[in-house]
Write a protein that binds this ligand. Structure first.
Ligand code: BDR
Ligand code: CA
Length: 315
């Protein structure tokens, strides 16, 4: 089993990423880090705890991450995030709060400790801003060569961003940290909008969860129906909601779900192109450690996703 750490701004699709990781026999989920983004960082941590409890995975520890980007001293949730994920981050659904506490070790220190302990067996899956990972690398650069791989949801190479034409939401939050992560020399795979916008869930699937008549099935159906409704307003052409964050977990465990382009990447940190993920013109002829996902076997992933989550929600 692969040791997996998720770094989430939970968040509806982040909650689906938790469910997919918990439901996957290939993964040993050793911890969840929290990030600001869809909600503030404390809410993100508490949402991860309550989702883990709902899924019967109350043994997974949750760590508090950085509360804002390196270029700001404060974080406010964007109105669009509240519209898409709900003010509470999980579609205004009243999932019981957890009685468990957030760990006292910081998310940054947990990354460093886990990298030293598990080395190449460790997979890190960030599906929010990259502030925690960049901070960990700054504190202990030796982790770059220790961590087995980083598979992140963020960025866009062949399509425009979803916050600005240049920037996808996770990268937009902290392009400076993202650039540090993309250029660090990690074994990194970007799972960006190029593939996540092709991997969609509809009301047909949430109805299948509802038909299970279980607490987890009902809660996830309500949460995801909120997300689908928001997508109908913000992206009427799409006919469903994007499985951004769970796809990153899927690719981390089964890399052949996507085809990738090996490319040394950078993130632009200035002017109107802030947050754009692109190739580094100065390093095109150097061996690359980064890979950008370009195409996805969406049917195969959707099948895996539905089979695994339905089984998990049945229990
Ligand atoms: C990403 O932004 C967040 O709102 C989602 O959770 C996802 O990680 C999509 O751009
Ligand atoms: Ca997210």
């Amino acid at each position: 089993k692969q040791k997996m750490i998720l770094d989430l701004d939970t968040g509806i699709d982040d909650a689906l990423a938790i469910a997919y990781a918990v439901a996957s026999p290939e993964a040993d989920l050793i911890g969840i880090l929290s990030s600001y983004g869809n909600v503030v960082v404390e809410r993100s941590a508490k949402n991860s705890l309550r989702i883990l409890d709902l899924l019967g995975a109350s043994d997974v520890p949750v760590f508090l991450g950085e509360s804002h980007s390196v270029v700001t001293d404060h974080f406010d949730v964007m109105p669009i995030s509240a519209q898409i994920h709900g003010k509470n981050g999980i579609g205004e659904v009243a999932v019981a709060e957890s009685s468990r506490a957030i760990e006292s070790e910081s998310a940054v220190d947990f990354i460093i400790d886990a990298a030293h302990k598990y080395k190449q067996d460790l997979i890190l899956v960030p599906t929010g801003p990259l502030t925690n990972l960049a901070a960990a690398i700054r504190k202990d650069p030796s982790i770059v060569k220790e961590i087995g791989k980083v598979v992140l949801m963020g960025g866009a190479l062949t399509v425009p961003g979803n916050v600005t034409d240049a920037a996808e939401a996770n990268i937009n939050q902290d392009a400076v940290s993202a650039n540090e992560v993309f250029t660090a020399g990690l074994n990194l795979t970007m799972v960006g909008l190029d593939v996540t916008l092709r991997t969609l869930l509809t009301r047909k699937e949430t109805q299948q969860w509802r038909d299970l008549h279980t607490k987890a099935g009902d809660a996830f159906a309500d949460i995801v129906d909120f997300y689908i409704k928001a997508y109908e307003i913000t992206s009427p052409g799409l006919n469903g909601c994007a499985l951004h964050d769970p796809l990153a977990v899927g690719v981390a465990l089964m890399p052949d779900l996507v085809t990738t382009l090996p490319l040394n990447m950078i993130v632009e940190t200035e002017g109107t192109t802030w947050g754009r993920t692109t190739g580094d013109a100065n390093r095109l002829n150097e061996p690359s450690t980064d890979q950008a996902s370009l195409t996805v076997d969406a049917d195969r992933f959707l099948n895996l996703f539905m089979t695994r989550l339905s089984k998990l929600f049945e229990e």
